[in-house]
Design a protein. Structure first.
Ligand SMILES: [Zn+2]
Ligand SMILES: [Zn+2]
Length: 814
């Protein structure tokens, strides 16, 4: 029987469950829940996270932890059940789930490195020009001290031959507090005594001012003192030596805010619909119980003001709040609005912050120095201990779905977190997701409607231009119809602003051979390359591959390559040719790659230094630009073409959102939608601003086909370097799944297995891709099936060089 504290630890390696460890006495006082520890795990040392600490008395044979890596916890006890739920629901190892939730860069993972011996260098000189050994030795020579990219089993034979030596290394900590030097008066020192000691009044006015400043205001950043006073560093040294001042190091917070778009003026009063919605939210907040409100307000109905007052109310009750927005630039915009009214007890949290800034914001949050955190989906995990309110703005946005590991839906997870914390959730949307609206329709969520635009502004007039007719007549160009051109002209003359939306970047979307019909494709992916004018190169939008443009066809060798199609870059250029006097800008991932660029464009647009803004989805989000009176959708069909049951929903949402940018000021707005499918129900209902009809139609389709929200989906994606092996593995996995289901006579019928089938993009980043969809009404039954099949499959798949990705509630099935 041992009687020593026992820790439940989630280790940061791909294993499902947590493990138990003991604490040696010397580490006991600092081993707190939420701290990172170093633990032995299968002959390695790995980082783990303390989930639980129990007083001990157990009879298990457990190992001891080696070290505690934090002086204060990184998360609260109350977050542990949420992490556990996330890991369980999204079928992801808990340690890795926590690792990705915490600010990046704080972990140093021990790793192995190799150095070339003298013998090794000689061998390298003499070895055959192409051999695996040579490849490995060359890498080791060129990357001293770096983490080995090869599996150890390939290196140890070389070590045995005496060609290389292996070493254990630790990565340097790359994020942590930012330390600055400060200067302050020494304890029990007063200005008078210092001046006296100096023997009468000082002659140098500069020096007197210097001392007065330090003694009056207390701690001073050294760099500030030296920049403010002549000979500042000399004076600091002098008085430190004399024993009047002392200098010390202390952490400071980096300030991520920096540039903030100035918010519009504060509305003095609420409109009736805002007041009714807010009162309901307040009553839920007062009860301190879990409630989900779907705040369904058309674009321009004043949702942000409701968020603001709800947050204010929650803070008044001594609670804390999280506001999640789908886009980082929107987080910056939101921050401006809230900071100007709530002051500095706000943190921002998103991936655009530097690692250091993220670390600082996280630590301010766990220390209880903030009341509100604004961020993108990663803000879901911030350690607030008195969480009372979570706002998920534009809840339908697919940006809430994280598409790389760990895969999760931040909106859905936010609802779960609120449930655990007995908090209130506001899901805000102008075009609610079918799932959320269905939840409201069945009474699971409270529906709060704000059907009118504030100040009784009317919704914009929407006009649809059928591009099929345009093509037949061969009039104008393929991008901008005469109708849109006319409206653009009129709007420019009136001195108003225009937004043109096209969800495709680049200049030309297709390079096709006129003779054999082959397109120039990415060598790594089954997709066509897009031409970018600025770089004068062809790019793959999936893997980043690029190549020079060429005129000869790679398939038939003839000079028949011709460019087709268009993206935002080309729209911008055409417009510049049509309206040389207009100020035209473009906002897409290409034009906003550098930090601050997106902000600069938005700022210029809000200050009316831009007449026409061309952009991708980025510009459809909730910004408020009162001078925009015309919105043009260049091609509404792009989102309809996706092989996905949400294609209709996405199209409706995008069209409504982008249309909602028009007419938010005093003047009426106008929207022109160009499409090849004017009769599609998503286009028609969006044109009529008729969400209810859209929802009814969509709900009916989903129910017929048994798609979410009437079922749950999990996508099993298989990726491998070999075409045959990947296909074979997929087929076997499919058979396994069906076999297991056949063994469950009753429950087995509740689950449908679709596939395996080649993924719509059959090859991506060099990997062949297959997928299997499983569908069922009970998520726990689906998880049960996956746990059963995963155990056996992983190893078999691994041996074939095929990896398996489980995507729960998938959004992208391409
Ligand atoms: Zn050809
Ligand atoms: Zn590619």
């Amino acid at each position: 029987m041992i009687n020593r504290p026992c820790l439940k630890i989630a280790v940061s390696v791909p294993v499902k469950s947590a493990f138990f460890y003991e604490v040696p006495e010397r580490l006991d006082s600092c081993a707190l829940v939420g701290c990172r520890v170093l633990v032995p795990f299968r002959k390695r040392k790995v980082i783990g996270y303390i989930l639980e600490k129990s007083p001990g008395v157990h009879d298990l044979e457990v190992k001891e932890i080696l070290d505690v890596l934090d002086t204060e916890p990184l998360f609260h006890k109350s977050l542990v059940p949420f992490f556990e739920w996330m890991a369980d629901y999204y079928l992801h190892p808990i340690g890795q789930m926590i690792q990705s939730a915490l600010p990046g860069g704080i972990n140093f993972n021990p790793f192995k490195t190799a150095l070339l011996t003298e013998k090794g260098s000689r061998i390298l000189e003499r070895s055959a020009p192409v051999s695996q050994e040579r490849e490995i030795l060359t890498w080791i020579r060129d990357h001293p001290g770096k983490r080995l990219p090869h599996p150890l089993r390939k290196i140890t034979p070389l070590e045995k031959k005496g060609w290389v030596t292996l070493e254990d290394r630790r990565q340097k900590k790359s994020a942590g507090p930012l330390m600055r030097r400060f200067v302050r008066p020494k304890a029990k020192m007063s200005l008078e005594s210092v001046l006296e000691k100096m023997g009468g009044p000082l002659k140098a006015e500069n020096e007197v001012q210097f001392l007065k400043t330090v003694f009056d205001t207390g701690p001073f950043a050294l760099n500030e003192l030296t920049s403010r006073f002549r000979n500042g560093s000399y004076l600091v040294n002098k008085w430190v030596k004399k024993g009047a001042l002392e200098s010390y190091k202390a952490p400071v917070y980096r300030s991520p805010g920096g540039n903030i778009v100035c918010p519009a003026s504060v509305p003095s009063d609420l409109y009736g619909q805002q007041r009714r919605a807010l009162n309901r939210i307040k009553s839920y907040l007062d009860k301190s119980n879990f409630h989900v409100c779907l705040l369904y307000g058309v674009t321009g109905s004043g949702k942000t003001e409701v968020y603001y007052r709800a947050v204010e109310h929650a803070i008044g009750l001594g609670k804390q709040a999280i506001i999640m927005v789908p886009e980082i630039s929107l987080a910056i915009y939101m921050e401006g609005i809230f900071r100007s009214r709530l002051g500095n007890r706000i943190a921002v949290y998103h991936s655009r912050l530097s690692r250091g800034e993220r670390y600082d914001e996280w630590m301010r949050t766990i220390r209880g120095e903030v009341d509100l955190v604004i961020g993108a989906r990663s803000a879901l995990f911030v350690p607030l201990s008195r969480l009372g309110l979570i706002v998920v703005d534009e809840e339908y946005d697919s940006a809430y779905k994280q598409e790389n590991s760990p895969r999760y839906q931040a909106r859905d997870a936010a609802v779960m977190r609120a449930k655990m914390d007995k908090a209130v959730v506001i899901l805000g949307a102008g075009t609610p997701s079918v799932q959320s609206f269905q939840n409201a329709a069945t009474g699971k969520y409270h529906l709060l409607s704000m059907p009118d635009r504030i100040e009784n502004r009317s919704l914009p007039d929407v006009e649809v231009v059928d591009m099929k007719c345009l093509k037949d007549k061969k009039t104008g160009n393929e991008i901008i119809s005469p109708r849109l051109l006319e409206a653009l002209n009129k709007n420019l003359l009136a001195g108003n602003q225009t937004i043109l939306f096209l969800n495709r970047r680049g200049f030309r979307s297709l390079y096709l051979c006129r003779f054999c019909g082959q397109s120039i494709r990415c060598p790594n992916c089954e997709v066509a390359l897009t031409y970018h004018f600025e770089e004068d190169r062809l790019f793959c939008h999936y893997c980043g591959f690029y190549s020079k443009t060429r005129m000869t066809c790679p398939s038939c060798g003839r000079k028949g390559i011709k460019a087709y199609g268009f993206g935002t870059e080309r729209v911008e250029q055409e417009l510049k040719a049509m309206f040389p006097e207009a100020r035209i800008s473009r906002m897409d991932t290409d034009s906003t790659r550098k930090k601050g660029q997106a902000f600069q464009i938005l700022k210029k647009f809000s200050e009316h230094e831009i007449d026409i803004l061309v952009g991708t989805q980025m510009i459809t989000k909730g910004y408020d630009f009162p001078r925009v009176t015309l919105v043009g959708v260049i091609a509404a069909d792009l989102s309809l073409g996706f092989p996905d049951f949400r294609a209709g929903e996405r199209t409706f949402q995008i069209l409504s959102q982008v249309a909602g940018r028009a007419g938010r000021g005093d003047q009426r707005g106008e929207v022109i939608i160009q499409t090849f499918n004017p009769a599609h129900y998503a286009v028609q209902t969006a044109t009529a601003h008729d969400y209810k009809s859209f929802f009814e139609k969509e709900r009916e389709l989903r129910e017929q086909l048994n798609y979410p929200p009437f079922s749950h989906l999990v996508c099993l994606r298989l990726k491998g370097n070999s075409k045959d092996k990947t296909e074979k593995a997929a087929r076997e996995l499919g058979t396994n799944l069906r076999d297991i289901l056949a063994g469950w006579p009753k429950k087995g019928k509740e689950i449908q297995v679709l596939g395996p089938a080649e993924a719509p993009i059959a090859r991506l980043k060099g990997k062949y891709r297959w997928q299997i969809l499983i569908k069922g009404t009970s998520m726990s039954l689906l998880r049960h099936l996956l746990n059963a099949v995963e155990k056996d499959s992983r190893k078999v798949l691994q041996s074939r060089g095929v990896s398996l990705i489980l995507d729960v509630d998938p959004y992208q099935m391409i």
